[in-house]
Design a protein around this ligand. Sequence first.
Ligand SMILES: *Cc1c(COP(=O)(O)O)cnc(C)c1O
Length: 462
Amino acid sequence: MHYVSTRGTAPHLTFEEAMLTGLARDGGLYLPSEVPTLTPATIKAMAGKSYEEIAYTVMRPYIGETFTDAQFMDLITAAYAGFGHDARAPLVQMAPNHFLLELFHGPTLAFKDFAMQLIGQMFQASLSRSGERVTIVGATSGDTGSAAIEAFRGLDAVDVFILYPHGRVSEVQRRQMTTPTESNVHAIAVDGDFDTCQAAVKDMFNDFEFRDAVKLAGVNSINWGRVLAQVVYYFSSAVSLGAPDRPVSFTVPTGNFGDIFAGFIAKKMGLPIEKLVVATNQNDILHRALETGGYVTQGVQPSISPSMDIQVSSNFERALYFAYDCDGAAVAQQMEQLKSEGGFKISQGALEGLRAVYASGRVSEAQTSAMISRAFGEMGELLCPHSAIGVEVAQDHLGTTPMITLATAHPAKFPDAVTAASGEHPPLPARMDDLFDRDERVTRVANDLAAIQKIIKDGISA
Ligand SMILES: *Cc1c(COP(=O)(O)O)cnc(C)c1O
């Protein structure tokens, strides 16, 4: 197996190269040349296994020669050792046929830890073998950045620079990024929104001189290694509800489309998933695209679910690639149009392909708060705003197939919105209760690519 770009012209890479590179040189995203399938017997045998064992079975076919079997198992074990729950991703029943997959027991309390902790381990193993250094630059709407900083802090082969939109992340998210003391982590507050930050990162990857000078590496959700790590909990949760003998559906609070795309890969690998339901907040480009076929950007409207305040959903490009039968030229043409005209129309055939896999729903701010209040009052479950959006949309898709809604963050990561809606203040887990006493360290910068690049060049540890 090798890795190919969604735009069809970048060089083919190994797993290790694709993981270290992030964005392809033709502007596309890497995908495996073929998606391996697991037999029903292999999936069935996951029942009763540990999360780590399931992770090994699901991911091993993608890794190739990058790590030996034993080494890969060690990396997985190390990645999840710091989680606050033995099951790693426990499933909680909310209603007769509705389950909540709690993905917030990692060190920064959001599902991003599942991928980022493993990526940290894999980067370290790969770079210490080659003796190289890299500079990781990422954009975040809050959770990716804290997860990346947590995963890479103190690693000597890596500097990590995280761009976040100034004033638009929660205080817990900001402090998780600005309080680590290790000199290889750098938080950068950019005047703008998440899309501004993401565009700056893309521009840096497309500036080959800069990219090569600082040995740029990406760990945003465009990194294939991240998507891959997220495939695992689709298997672990579905198997615990009777897959492969019984199909399941998933509802996923969605922004950049990375998490739900991992569900699509699980389905392609042979997991019987009936529907993948995209849940969006008022920034609903994906919902509109699936309803109308028009993928048209509008301005971002800040919401109480900031990790989903996105109008350009990077990983949707991967979904399009499969919807267009792996035609990289067609994808490249649509992405050009997105850049020049702010939108494109999905062809009828591709749209039908997408609708066969994905359903969608959009949730207003008022509905989000109402669901937080209702879930706490009726089910005793304190939801973060993102998870509440998932639960709200899932209500419209309940049927005879068990529905699993992904709870993407811990309520304590968004205490203001949760307290306002439920009257209950969600406490931080004990291991973080000094977060508000630690000193902050951050560089504020205008939305100016050259200025951001200078901060990075000057900040590299040596
Ligand atoms: C990142 C994030 C999302 C959106 O996930 P995508 O993979 O970008 O679609 C949803 N909820 C929370 C809490 C997140 O951190």
